[in-house]
Design a protein. Structure first.
Length: 467
């Protein structure tokens, strides 16, 4: 889209208008956007068109319409993170990554739906209600960045921003047939996000780009990355894209399941397809299941579920009636566990560092890993368990494949590769070493070239978006 704008093949005004028309058509069905800032988007598009006519210097996203998850500050828009505790809250200034997108020429269409305080792998809350998948309205687009995934998959947005503490970018990307990147904590600043990334969450929670293709993901990553003083994990890591020859020297290990939680047959097939595609592209690809995955899963639970409940539960003192069913369920899971003491939290912290050291030593041989993004494709609203290979897989276990890498701090991308028997998209996860997002995205690019599997969801296929 940006290239067509630079070549004057399409007008930013036309492009924004086409997206707003699609939002008007599809959002009543999907409920992906919670606020659409059409008037300001149209004004920004007119300014963008004037800059093209003046032959001004244009940013890499000049005139491109994007969306932002409603847990980020966007000046003048609601930032409620799906909770009644913040109902009506309007941000006064942009989060740094929003500023970077605007400086690159992107046009903000509005903000997208999320579960209450982002604590779920589906998207529903008491303020705005449930978001539906553009692949099947009876299914969820995932969570917590589910509104963002649905908007992008359906063509209501060209790309955007999500956040991820346990798969909240990667699971919606997998469910919705798009691409998403969970970076290393600090590579893209989480400043201006709510809940605030602090304490245990600062070690596992990140913000990152979502888009329909890896090429788009790379452009968004380039614009958004870089240190910010508000993010305590920030580091001045320069961009370094690897050449195709350098990328092909990366040894890749893949595993179809973690030995504990089974995945569907189509999910295993998608991982094998990805492995064979990369082998055909010239990579050395071997079966390899790292040790320590279950330790990482258990520690993630202590960080995200136990500590998360301790941090979020007290916010509802005297306002328990404002709790959404999804968040109440999460807090029940948390309170069923012994609360952290200083010693137990210190023990979890030390064990996490030991697990990371063990895992990174294994990645010396395999700096890139391929594995499932989740045990299942998009599930029906409200489902909490599934039968796979004769075993019951429960809700929290189904996403362990993404949770590992939040605990360990690895960057990881998900791109669509296969599909289920019902025609639902299935993504494959590409995992790298900390601060090596460029290698992850380079391998993802090679895989996308080989597979070329992005598809338009049925709900959106009959409606054209310019670009």
């Amino acid at each position: 889209m940006a290239e067509q704008i630079r070549k004057k093949q399409i007008s930013p005004v036309e492009l924004v208008g086409a997206h707003l028309a699609k939002i008007e058509k599809l959002n009543p069905i999907l409920n992906a956007f919670v606020q659409v800032d059409g008037e300001r988007a149209r004004r920004a598009a007119q300014d963008a068109e004037s800059a093209v006519l003046r032959q001004a210097r244009l940013g890499p996203l000049h005139g491109v319409p994007v969306s932002i998850k409603s847990s980020f500050n966007v000046a003048g828009l609601h930032c409620e993170a799906g909770t009644r505790l913040r109902a009506g809250f309007v941000a006064r200034q942009d989060a740094p990554l929003v500023t970077r997108l605007k400086n690159a020429g992107a046009i903000i269409l509005g903000t997208t739906n999320a579960p209450e305080l982002l604590m779920a792998w589906e998207t529903d809350n008491l303020i705005y209600g449930r978001t539906n998948s553009p692949w099947d309205l009876e299914r969820t687009p995932g969570g917590s960045s589910g509104g963002e995934a649905a908007a992008i998959a359906a063509g209501m947005s060209a790309g955007g921003v999500g956040s991820d503490g346990g798969g909240s970018i990667r699971v919606p990307a997998h469910f919705s047939g798009i691409c998403g990147l969970k970076p290393t904590p600090g590579r893209i600043p989480s400043t201006g996000h709510f809940p605030v990334s602090a304490g245990p969450f600062a070690s596992i929670g990140v913000v990152g780009p979502m888009a329909r293709t890896v090429v788009d993901l790379k452009v968004l990553f380039e614009v958004m990355q870089g240190p910010d003083t508000g993010d305590t994990n920030a580091a001045p890591v320069p961009l370094r894209w690897t050449s195709d020859d350098e990328s092909r020297r990366l040894r890749i290990g893949y595993f179809e399941n973690d030995g504990r939680t089974p995945v569907t047959a189509e999910t295993r097939a998608a991982v094998r397809t990805a492995a064979e595609a990369l082998r055909s592209a010239g990579f050395e690809v071997d079966p390899f299941r790292p040790q320590g995955l279950d330790e990482a899963r258990q520690l993630w639970w202590k960080y995200f579920v136990v500590a998360g409940g301790m941090l979020l539960g007290p916010m509802f003192g005297g306002r328990e009636s404002d709790l959404s069913p999804i968040l109440r369920e999460f807090l029940d899971w948390s309170s069923a566990q012994p609360a952290h003491t200083g010693r137990s939290l210190l023990d979890a912290w030390i064990r996490r560092d030991a697990a990371r050291a063990q895992f990174f030593a294994q990645m010396q041989r395999y700096p890139i890993l391929l594995c499932p993004a989740a045990a299942i494709p998009a599930f029906r609203h409200g489902e909490r368990s599934w039968q796979i290979e004769g075993k019951t897989v429960h809700y929290l276990d189904a996403w362990s494949y993404t949770e590992f890498f939040n605990l360990l701090g690895n960057p990881a991308a998900v791109i669509p590769v296969g599909q289920s028997a019902e025609g639902l998209p299935i993504g494959v996860q590409i995992v790298g070493r900390p601060w090596e997002e460029e290698q992850v995205l380079s391998v993802a690019t090679a895989l996308e070239r080989q597979c070329g599997v992005w598809r338009i969801p049925p709900l959106a296929s009959g409606i054209s978006t310019a670009g």
